[in-house]
Design a protein around this ligand. Structure first.
Ligand SMILES: Cc1ncc(COP(=O)(O)O)c(C=O)c1O
Length: 395
């Protein structure tokens, strides 16, 4: 083990198991290690680096704002938060946004708003509100979110957990129907389950769930922290299904791969349940984060990254489906959000072989290789990635 990896191991918590490479530099779709070896990044920091590493426009927005005004807290108005909120609301069609930092904080915000909405608008009896989530979900790592997880590794030994959360099978509309009762405040769901292995819902499920939520006066909250910001070929993955959920959470790529920037989006009717003092975050909506968030959205449109994701995502997926490999069990995805489910050999072993050949990826749940490159990738670079994948999976 290298000295730097050893330092992390000695002085850090062992809450991750990194692949053995020390990354030192990034540009676009490429990363370099400390010895100068170049890699194609097929991870994008779990979709946070959709704009590519160190995008010049984003770095410029960051440095300009950092040298002018970085942080004042929400105790005052700034020149940046209003324009950021207006831009994200106009792009997504929501009336209001609440800026936070990490993805988990955006989800916590959604849960708090949904509960308060249930008590103050729907008339749910005090402390009885329920949130429904889907089996295999991943919404972050806070205590209340792990309470909603079906994954033992995420939940175990972090209790006690509170009541008020119900888990239903992902993709099963009848199970959702049965789980909803008067006390249900919200159904929180990923349009595609990323961490669970790029698991796609059955055709028509999301829209049917939305219709059911509307009928039953339940808020449908789509967690688009990983699938949003063009990852699947549209700004929001829910747009593929042709509906706008009552609320949406965004994060990761909203910070342009430079900063943690997240957002909870809703209608005024829902958002306005929050009053001054109810909720907040010292860093949420700070000028630096807003300047980067604004540029992250602008770059997405100016560089047609959503179109690129759609076009190259199709191409990538089609080519992968033609692979004749004894190790591939399934290939699935939407846009540049692709999972290769493997068999006979652990996915981590394959990721290690890909690393040795200059491609960076990470397994999820031991059986799926996640391919989510920066959306600035071009066809030649996709072909290069396919070449490396073929060498490892087909020989
Ligand atoms: C769908 C989804 N929600 C929430 C989160 C949590 O985001 P963060 O790690 O920024 O707290 C993630 C992270 O992977 C995610 O994929």
């Amino acid at each position: 083990m290298s000295d730097l990896a050893q330092l992390e191991q000695t002085y850090g918590s062992q809450n991750y198991a990194p692949l053995p490479v020390i990354l030192a530099k990034g540009e676009g779709v490429y990363l370099w290690d400390d010895k100068g070896n170049r890699y194609l990044d097929m991870m994008s920091a779990y979709s946070a680096v959709s704009h590519g590493h160190c995008h010049p426009r984003l770095v410029k927005a960051l440095t300009q704002q950092a040298s002018q005004l970085a942080m004042v807290s929400r105790a005052f108005y700034t020149q940046n938060l209003g324009p950021f909120l207006k831009l994200i609301c106009e792009a997504t069609g929501y009336e209001k946004g609440l800026a936070m930092n990490s993805g988990a904080e955006a989800v916590e915000t959604a849960l708090k708003v949904a509960r308060k909405w249930a008590y103050t608008k729907k008339g749910v009896p005090d402390n009885k509100a329920e949130i429904i989530t889907a089996q295999g979900n991943f919404h972050g790592r806070t205590i209340s979110i792990t309470n909603m997880s079906s994954e033992p590794a995420y939940r175990a030994h972090f209790g006690p957990y509170d009541a008020g959360s119900v888990i239903v099978p992902y993709g099963d509309i009848d199970a959702l129907k049965k789980a909803i009762n008067f006390n249900t405040a919200a159904f929180l769901v990923e349009p595609i389950q990323g961490e669970n292995g790029i698991v796609m819902p059955p055709e028509g499920y999301l829209k049917a769930a939305y219709d059911l939520c509307c009928e039953q006066n339940v808020l449908m909250i789509c967690d688009e922290i990983q699938t949003g910001m063009g990852r699947t070929g549209k700004l929001l993955a829910s747009q593929h299904a042709g509906f706008k959920p009552h609320c949406t959470t965004l994060g990761k790529a909203l910070g342009g791969g430079l900063l943690p920037v997240s957002m909870f989006l809703a209608s005024s009717d829902v958002m306005d349940v929050l009053q001054p003092g109810d909720h907040g975050s010292t860093f949420g909506g700070n000028p630096l984060a807003c300047a980067v968030g604004i540029e992250a959205i602008n770059v997405l449109y100016d560089e047609k990254l959503m179109e690129n994701s759609e076009k190259l995502g199709h191409y990538f997926l089609d080519k992968l489906k033609q692979f004749n490999s004894p190790y591939i069990k399934d290939v699935r995805g939407l846009g540049l959000f692709i999972g290769i489910e493997v068999q006979k050999i652990p996915a981590r072993e394959i990721c290690q072989k890909l690393l040795d050949k200059g491609l960076l990826s990470k397994d999820t749940h031991g059986t799926v290789i996640r391919l989510a490159p920066p959306l600035v990738i071009n066809q030649q670079q996709v072909d290069d990635a396919l070449g490396i994948l073929a060498k490892v999976l087909c020989s």
